[in-house]
Design a protein around this ligand. Structure first.
Ligand SMILES: C[S@@+](CC[C@H](N)C(=O)[O-])C[C@H]1O[C@@H](n2cnc3c(N)ncnc32)[C@H](O)[C@@H]1O
Length: 391
């Protein structure tokens, strides 16, 4: 059984703190916690803004669970879809949702406060600025529903941290903590189809980032490793006619990809290679390997094996494109990381890595010229490119 914890080396910035920096931090902490400073800050219009902002941030942290439950209720009651057709009154919505008006009113007002909905003329409710994209994208709604599994697993957070695989999220992802490659291959068909469906639905924004950032026209043959239902390859094959495309994934998943491609009339032009990338060799012949939302599912030792297999499959001068959400480097900490750290722990033995950590692992494998490509929306995915030397 793989361990649920593979600890990362701590970032350099906290490895070597200077003693004077520690003393400075300590002084600032004492100062910030002083009630006299708080009162002073509120009495001055310039510092009041800062104090209000801090208080708001702490309040939002405390209420985050309520916010996500409001969001989930709106999705489950299909409020976004209903309001896409035009604004509606409380009475109309209560009748459509089969819910008492007084109860629904609380939800609607909460959703307005979160900018999911907004007040419209004649006491009606319409989509708010944050509700509009949720109404438009099925993938966002699918992830909101899926996250309810994570939040159920997290009700006792300290217990969860020590034993994260007793919950529903781990059951959702059989390969991510399978004891043996055979177990990963034998996951029940219904589980495989469920996670593959979610991945395909949630891939839209990732695909936009990858397809609009990387120069695929410079390649001849691509191998997508961990290809899922093959949505990325389908888009790529339709866009870049010169590319020959191969897919590698577990046999049950590739069967779904084949069905998907057959429905799109693409199947004849694509090559399918079922197998496990921990046990089986990857097919040769591609000058570009893509690895999209795969590396973060696996612990370091397994990821090194996978990088080695990719390296062996590429010709000299070949390229690896790795795309997935990545941790911020030490000095750029962002709230989004907390979600991925916990999600990946609940899911299996993988973890969120910084571009530097991934780059180091790629260099250890033999890859060179590892480069982080700047892209428009790093919260969806970041892109790392590495080359096999020579050629
Ligand atoms: C998180 S999904 C990502 C799928 C797709 N690339 C995407 O972005 O939507 C990870 C994929 O890796 C595949 N996978 C996991 N373990 C594998 C293994 N040992 N061999 C081959 N594929 C594997 C899964 O079946 C799944 O399709």
């Amino acid at each position: 059984m793989p361990s649920q914890h593979s600890a990362a080396a701590l970032p350099l910035a906290t490895d070597t703190p200077l003693a004077w920096m520690d003393r400075l931090h300590h002084k600032v902490e004492q100062w910030m916690a002083d009630p006299r400073l708080y009162r002073l800050a509120l009495s001055n219009p310039f510092t009041r803004w800062f104090a209000q902002r801090r208080t708001r941030q702490i309040f939002d942290l405390m209420s985050g669970f309520v916010y996500s439950q409001v969001l989930l209720s709106c999705v489950r009651l299909k409020l976004f879809a209903q309001l896409q057709n035009g604004p509606a009154t409380l009475e109309e919505l209560a009748s459509r949702c089969h819910m008492p008006e007084a109860a629904l009113q609380r939800l609607l007002l909460s959703a307005v406060s979160l900018k999911l909905l907004e007040h419209r003329s004649r006491q009606r409710f319409g989509l708010g600025p944050l509700g509009t994209p949720i109404a438009a994208h099925e993938g966002i709604r699918a992830m909101i529903e899926h996250n309810s599994l994570l939040y159920r697993d997290l009700t006792e957070p300290s217990a969860f941290l020590q034993d994260a695989w007793g919950g529903q999220m781990a059951a959702y992802w059989p390969y991510a903590h399978a004891a043996t490659p055979e177990q990963a291959k034998q996951a029940q068909a219904e589980h495989v189809s469920r996670y593959s469906e979610l991945m395909a639905a949630s891939q839209t924004f990732v695909l936009d980032e990858v397809l609009n950032t990387f120069p695929f026209d410079q390649y001849r043959c691509v191998l997508d490793v961990g290809a899922g239902k093959g949505r990325f390859v389908a888009e790529l094959a339709q866009r870049e006619k010169q590319l020959h495309c191969k897919l590698f994934d577990l046999p049950q998943v590739l069967a779904l990809a084949q069905q998907n491609h057959a429905a799109l009339g693409l199947q004849g032009t694509l090559e399918y290679h079922p197998g496990s990338f921990f046990e089986d060799a990857l097919p040769q012949g591609a000058d570009l390997v893509t690895l999209i939302r795969v590396a973060h599912d696996h612990p370091d030792d397994k990821l090194r094996t996978l990088f080695q297999k990719i390296y062996d499959a590429l010709p000299v001068g070949g390229t690896l494109l790795l795309a997935e959400p990545m941790a911020q480097e030490p000095l750029e900490a962002q709230a989004g990381d907390a979600y991925f750290h916990f999600y990946l722990l609940a899911m299996g033995a993988g973890r969120l890595r910084t571009p530097t950590e991934l780059g180091r692992m790629l260099n250890d494998t033999g890859f060179v010229h590892v480069e982080l490509l700047p892209n428009a929306m790093p919260i969806h995915t970041r892109l790392l490119v590495a080359r096999k030397p020579g050629g």
